[in-house]
Design a protein around this ligand. Structure first.
Ligand SMILES: Cc1ncc(COP(=O)(O)O)c(C=O)c1O
Length: 416
């Protein structure tokens, strides 16, 4: 049996997989099991921020694995504390505390639970807790019961009714729709500063400021899902700061790029004092309120520390801005009718396509058709919705690698 056959026999078919078995990778390149090399501008969907098998991460994992891989969160471990310190002092730069999870969906569940706790501390006039979290159409927050309910896309929720109650989806970037949006039971907003899976849409500074104003007016929580956008990918350590540098959120979630390839997620709560007794928001998640057996174990934290230090020390957010500009300039210069728009921030780039110009097969979107074509020419990318594909190269991608990828993109898109 080959790998595909073993998968088909034994692995649940929750993914529509490309017919590609990836075997090894280095930097921006991967090889399949036939030895064919590809440029990887998917990077595990924005996970491998330093490329595949970066020596700094590999060394950290090897070293930590030989000393201590896992102990319970009932004890202190050096690497979890140091990772939280690196995140707080060097990247978030706001007073707060961090909880480590294993994935982005879990991190968002943690934020949703935190919001509910806040709703108990600050209830409605009749004493009932506030609990509704407003999220946005086309958002993506994950696949757990909580994060799925928070996700404003019917296709993600289909067949899993009833949803966890307490979510309402407003149109993204629509300031007018915020008027009268806050109800008695509303406790906060959760949104991606750049919607990734939903088609690569960037929240405007005005929209974020409007949410911030509502937060202050109604004593709500403003929570950013930076799972895909955070830690340098958008050209800043924190993606919301690109368009709204003065906002100080109450909660943040991350996963993906923070670990460079190991499974890690996290959520952060502000140390902001929220009542006259001096209660800090972060203290609402006290002992016994939340947990994770694996969350933040020594192995993953050792890898994430080196990932975040490399991003900071080498100014990879700066490289993300520079390479983004090169990509945008090149795509614009082609003047191809099939490209309707280039969206995104930094190296979270969405190239939107004119579906009318791309003939597709049955149940195939134009984005999927283009991605398949790119793979056949040696460039791995990933769709974002039906009419957009993403470029998510590693943050340390070089000029040569970008030029090589652009040549393949131009070649493929010129056919339409
Ligand atoms: C913005 C955002 N939030 C949450 C998630 C869920 O993360 P995970 O797959 O690690 O649970 C994703 C995954 O694509 C995401 O892009």
């Amino acid at each position: 049996m080959n790998t595909t056959e073993i998968f088909n026999e034994h692995v649940m078919a929750t993914y529509g997989r490309f017919p590609l078995t990836l075997a090894e990778g280095r930097g921006a390149r991967v090889r399949d099991d036939q030895g064919r090399e590809y440029l990887d501008f998917c990077m595990g969907i924005a996970v491998c921020s330093l490329g595949h098998c970066h020596p700094r991460i590999v060394d950290a994992i090897r070293d930590q694995a030989g000393r201590l891989m896992h102990v319970s969160n009932l004890y202190y471990t050096e690497s979890q504390g140091l990772l939280a310190k690196e995140m707080n002092l060097e990247h978030i730069k706001l007073p707060g505390k961090i909880f480590f999870s294993n994935s982005g969906a879990e991190a968002n569940d943690g934020l949703i639970k935190s919001a509910r706790r806040y709703g108990h501390l600050k209830p409605q006039a009749d004493g009932k807790p506030r609990f509704e979290v407003i999220t946005f159409q086309q958002s993506f927050h994950g696949r757990t019961l909580g994060s799925m309910a928070a996700t404003g896309q019917a296709k993600v929720q289909q067949g899993f009714d009833p949803m966890l109650p307490g979510f309402r989806y407003l149109p993204y970037n629509d300031i007018a729709a915020l008027e009268n949006a806050v109800r008695d039971d509303t406790i906060g907003f959760l949104l991606e500063p750049v919607q990734g899976e939903g088609g690569v849409h960037v929240a405007t500074g005005e929209f974020l400021e409007a949410l911030d104003a509502l937060r202050k007016k109604h004593d709500l929580l403003l929570m950013f899902d930076e799972v895909q956008a955070g830690f340098g990918r958008c050209g800043e350590a924190m993606a919301w700061r690109v368009n709204a540098p003065n906002i100080e959120p109450d909660g943040i979630s991350w996963a993906k790029g923070m670990g460079g390839g190991i499974p890690i997620g996290a959520f952060w709560l502000s140390d902001r004092v929220v009542d006259e007794k001096g209660t800090k928001l972060s203290s609402l998640m006290g002992a016994g309120s939340h947990g994770s057996t694996y969350g933040g174990n020594p192995l993953v934290c050792a890898a994430a520390i080196e990932t975040l230090k490399e991003i900071r020390e080498k100014d990879l957010a700066g490289n993300a801005i520079r390479q983004s500009q090169r990509i945008r300039t090149a795509v614009a210069s082609w003047e191809l009718p099939v490209v309707t728009e280039v969206r995104g921030l930094g190296l979270l780039i969405g190239i939107a396509l004119d579906a009318k110009l791309i003939p597709t097969g049955e149940r195939e979107t134009c984005a999927l058709k283009v991605v398949k074509s790119l793979i056949s020419k040696g460039l791995i990318t990933v769709p974002a919705g039906p009419e957009t594909f993403r470029l998510l190269p590693p943050l340390n991608v070089t000029d040569e690698e970008v030029d090589e990828a652009l040549a393949i993109v131009k070649d493929v898109l010129s056919q339409f």
